[in-house]
Design a protein around this ligand. Structure first.
Ligand SMILES: [Zn+2]
Length: 192
């Protein structure tokens, strides 16, 4: 999947969770802004193991950092694309957010969840691609849907561009239409 598809998938997953789960009463605008950024970073974070990943391209000097750090993750689609990786990144991000919570006053639980939703959405999307995902790393089996590699999606291919990406846009339209009362409630909360 391309970075653009991952961004949209992360946002779609977050929208669905916001639509269907109770919203904490102390949800401030800064929390919303930081959570959206965290969701975006989470949606690209698993590809930190790829020196050419979009995440590296979006930070200053990223191509150098990418070349230095990517090999530490064992190559593309290894530990950061697994259940073990979800736990490791989950703990690391929790620790990091805890460390900056004295200078950044937002609801860090919401920010953490937004990051993790993006992260898991990335792995789910990658599962539909040819390469598959080593969910049970270090067990060296890559899982994919459908199980036959030839039937799966090629990254950046026509299917991703013409079916998956527009499909995610349609999913967002459906979520915001179907749960519009919930989103209006959240908006009213700030207008009053
Ligand atoms: Zn990936």
């Amino acid at each position: 999947m391309t970075g653009r598809t991952h961004d949209l998938a992360a946002f779609t997953a977050l929208s669905f969770v916001v639509a269907t789960q109770p919203i904490p009463p102390d949800l401030t605008i800064p929390t919303v802004v930081v959570a959206l950024s965290a969701n975006f970073v989470g949606g690209l974070a698993p590809d930190i193991d790829q020196s050419t990943a979009e995440l590296w391209g979006r930070i200053r000097g990223g191509s150098i950092w990418g070349k230095l750090f990517a090999p530490l993750f064992g190559g593309h689609r290894f530990i950061s694309h697994s259940i073990l990786g979800i736990f490791i990144f989950g703990y690391a991000v929790k620790f990091f957010l805890g460390a900056i919570s004295s200078i950044l006053i937002v609801n860090m639980d919401v920010v953490w969840w937004a990051f993790m939703i993006g992260f898991v959405a990335h792995l789910v999307m990658d599962t539909f691609t040819r390469d598959g995902v080593p969910w049970l790393f270090p067990i060296p089996i890559k899982f994919g849907i459908p199980p036959f590699r030839a039937l799966r999606i090629k990254t950046g291919g026509l299917f991703e561009k013409s079916i998956i990406f527009p499909g995610l846009i349609a999913a967002n339209i459906w979520i915001y239409y179907h749960y519009n009362a919930k989103f209006l409630d959240i908006l009213k909360h700030y207008i009053n």
